[in-house]
Design a protein. Structure first.
Length: 156
């Protein structure tokens, strides 16, 4: 019988996992206390609004876009992930940096950082192109490896 198997059976994972989980909760609690020490009502309102917006608006849109993609691309589901992942990362970057990409917060950004805000949308487009190019390259590598394995099985 392995040592610690009773803990794993009761908790479901190893003691280091529990320790890491407790440390992450402590860090999150500390960050929350520091964050909410200022305008706590505005921050709570922003989080609740973001959750409602995500669950009631964005999640159904994700589902519709995914369903449309699977119907439009007659490929195995694992290949569709080569479009899903770069699209997800690109949209996430767009959401995070939207005020600067759209040019609505350039003055504030330049005032606080001392850096120029020019070129955010061009950089976002380049990052998006790079993500899709890397994903396409990875798909080509996967397909080549798959074909090579199939040939070896057929020849063996």
């Amino acid at each position: 019988m392995k040592a610690g198997s009773g803990f794993r059976r009761r908790y479901g994972d190893s003691p280091p996992h529990l320790l890491l989980l407790l440390c992450s909760f402590a860090l999150t609690g500390y960050a929350g206390v520091r964050l909410l020490s200022g305008d706590w009502f505005g921050i709570v309102l922003w989080f609740v609004g973001a959750a409602v917006l995500h669950d009631l608006v964005l999640l159904p849109l994700y589902g519709l876009a995914d369903r449309a993609l699977r119907r439009a691309v007659p490929a195995p589901a694992s290949y569709v992930n080569h479009v899903r992942v770069p699209a997800f990362v690109s949209v996430l970057l767009l959401l995070v940096w939207f005020p600067l990409i759209a040019g609505t917060q350039w003055r504030r950004y330049e005032r606080y950082t001392g850096l120029s805000a020019d070129g955010f949308w061009q950089r976002w487009l380049l990052i998006t192109a790079g993500l899709f190019a890397a994903s396409a390259l990875w798909l080509c590598v996967r397909a080549a490896v798959s074909r090579a394995r199939a040939r070896r099985r057929g020849a063996g």
